[in-house]
Ligand binder design. Structure first.
Ligand code: ADP
Length: 589
């Protein structure tokens, strides 16, 4: 309470007003009393002057001034006044208090001038002779309308002044008494107004800072009490509305944040209202604060801006596909539509990432083209050999069997190609039924090596197996492990020229089984290493086909390894050789 500015303001204003009203009494009364007292004294003096004039009129008219001085002195003594008789020219004839010989001419005295004009005159001034404030009253003495002299009486005002001062002191004392008595009453009244208002202010401040729990203390009655009740009800309503809004907001943020689609909302002036997480990531928006900023400044993409423009200027939703150069390069499908919420309107853009879909579409197109191409070549050979036989070569005893062998070879190649395609398709689609078990690498490697032994011997390639001291087992499907190894070992022998070396080794490392197939073959150039695991990608097209390769082997290796949570990597130098490294999860022993 004591710190409330309102309290002090009201208290000082009310207290000041009380005092001012009380102070008006002494101020007004003192001057009124003074004039009242002066008038009374003046009337008394004039009355006495009239009586004195009657007594001295004859002497003044006849010019007998002898006894006037003693008369004046006697009267003055008895009536406690000063008596002065002044001739019409201002010469003092008699004076009760002073020696007339030393007195100045009185013709310029205000009361005498007024008396000559109006029949009576008075004046208050400091007496030059006595140095005291005096009240003078004078009346003229006339004979046949001829001014002969003046009778002037004067009284000291210092006793009157003292009386007035005493009364004034009393009045001021009363004023202070009233003010002091009024202070506690003022305090109580002001407190009854200021206290509820201070409490309301504190509650309003608390609400502004988000604290809706603080109830308004409702002690007053009347209008202020009603105001407090209404305010408290408002606080409760506001609290529940804010909670509702926060809940809605949270739900909306959760939904928007969890959406895979990007959502961007802008107002009619193209200022960003919101951009969800997906939108920020798709449009690579790094700035944390986007709300309220200009759209182009935030997204820096003319296509998004154009889509928003279209939506804002049309009643129809607008769709378009845009490509972001990146990196990463992305294809986005935008769906922009106008919205109106109350007096606000703007546009909402929903964006889908089409990059993967478009990539898959491209892959499918490429794949279909590749498969067609792969099938076309052997089929064309088969067709040509069959045609040659039909045209008469069937009777050519020397070559006919050779042609049939070529047809069988191409048919075998087609068969292998289709088997590989089906295998790859099943692995990719996750349809291959794997039987996961702890697969010992040693027998699988032995089998692969046996498989290529003949070819290796033909090319005089030294095949080495380096097995680990402790048996390493991978957690995988044994057929799949064999497929992986046979592809890698087969390729190593295929792409290593005569007198080369191929080594297969494996070991356990950090809970993984690592298998490496190293050759001293032709190697693979850096630019091809990225693409070597793609379907139908061949570095040495002619040699691969000549050796019966389908171009699918490494793609199968990659997909199979990944199916078990593993991976495949390549290190290669052209004409130096290659190392294919397959990592598979180890079986826990
Ligand atoms: P392919 O059936 O043609 O061997 P792969 O998918 O197994 O198909 O291999 C793809 C291509 O990678 C091959 O055509 C070949 O050019 C290259 N390649 C694979 N293994 C090796 C290797 N050990 N040394 C050099 N080149 C290889």
């Amino acid at each position: 309470m004591w710190t409330s500015r309102l309290f002090w303001k009201l208290f000082l204003v009310y207290g000041g007003l009380n005092f001012a009203v009380a102070a008006m009494f002494p101020l007004l009364l003192s001057s009124w009393q003074e004039s009242l007292l002066v008038n009374q004294v003046q009337d008394r003096l004039e009355g006495m002057a009239l009586i004195l004039r009657a007594q001295v009129e004859d002497d003044l008219v006849s010019g007998k001034h002898d006894r006037l001085d003693s008369l004046a002195r006697r009267l003055a003594r008895e009536a406690e006044v000063r008596v002065t008789l002044v001739a019409a020219d201002g010469t003092v004839i008699a004076d009760s208090d002073e020696d007339i010989k030393i007195m100045q001419n009185h013709s310029n005295r205000a009361e005498l001038i007024a008396a000559a004009e109006n029949g009576k005159g008075s004046s208050i001034r400091r007496s030059p002779t006595l140095g005291i404030r005096m009240l003078y009253a004078a009346i003229p003495v006339k004979q046949n309308e001829q001014l002969i002299a003046f009778v002037r009486l004067a009284v000291r005002l210092d006793t009157l002044d003292e009386q007035l001062r005493q009364r004034q002191r009393m009045l001021w004392l009363c004023t202070f008494g009233v003010a002091v008595l009024a202070a506690p009453i003022t305090y109580l009244i002001v407190r009854s107004i200021a206290q509820p208002l201070t409490a309301l202010t504190a509650s309003a401040r608390a609400i502004r800072s988000g604290d809706y729990k603080r109830a308004v203390p409702l002690r007053s009655r009347g209008e202020l009490g009603e105001l407090g009740t209404a305010f408290d009800q408002m606080r409760v309503d506001l609290a529940s509305r804010v909670a509702e809004l926060e809940e809605n907001n949270m739900q909306m943020s959760t939904v928007l944040g969890g959406m895979v689609e990007g959502v961007l909302a802008v107002d009619a002036k193209r200022r960003v209202l919101l951009a969800n997480r997906a939108c920020r990531s798709l449009l690579a928006i790094t700035s944390p604060q986007v709300a309220g900023r200009n759209l182009l400044e935030v997204v820096r993409n003319g296509d998004v801006d154009a889509a928003v423009n279209e939506a804002l200027t049309s009643d129809q939703p607008h769709t378009r596909e845009i490509t972001l150069i990146g990196p990463p390069r992305r294809v986005l499908s935008l769906f922009a539509t106008k919205f109106a919420a109350g007096s606000n309107h703007g546009a909402i853009v929903v964006m889908h990432d089409m990059s993967e879909l478009r990539r898959l579409e491209n892959l499918r197109r490429e794949f279909v083209a590749n498969v067609s191409h792969e099938l076309k070549t052997p089929l064309a050979s088969i067709k040509a050999y069959a045609e040659t036989l039909r045209m008469g070569a069937i009777n050519d005893k020397e070559h006919n069997l050779g042609f049939v062998d070529r047809i069988a070879e191409q048919a075998e190649y087609l068969h292998q190609l289709i088997l590989d395609l089906l295998h790859l398709a099943r692995v990719e689609a996750g349809q291959e039924a794997f039987q996961l078990a702890a697969v010992d690498l040693a027998p699988a490697v032995e089998r692969c090596v046996t498989q290529v032994k003949q070819l290796a011997e033909q090319k005089n390639i030294l095949l080495t197996i380096v097995s680990p001291a402790n048996p390493a087992k991978a957690w995988a499907d044994s057929d799949a492990v064999f497929t992986i190894l046979s592809n890698l070992v087969g390729n190593a022998v295929k792409y290593t020229p005569t007198d080369g070396r191929v080594e297969v080794r494996w070991w356990l490392e950090d809970g993984e089984v690592i298998v490496e197939v190293q050759d001293t073959g032709i190697g693979i150039a850096k630019e091809d290493q990225q693409r070597i695991f793609e379907r139908f990608y061949r570095v040495h097209k002619a040699r691969s086909r000549e050796l019966g390769g389908t171009g699918l082997g490494l793609a199968i290796v990659k997909h199979l390894s990944q199916s078990f949570g593993g991976s495949v990597a390549l290190t290669s130098e052209i004409n130096q050789g290659s190392i294919f490294r397959v990592t598979l999860p180890a079986a826990s022993s």
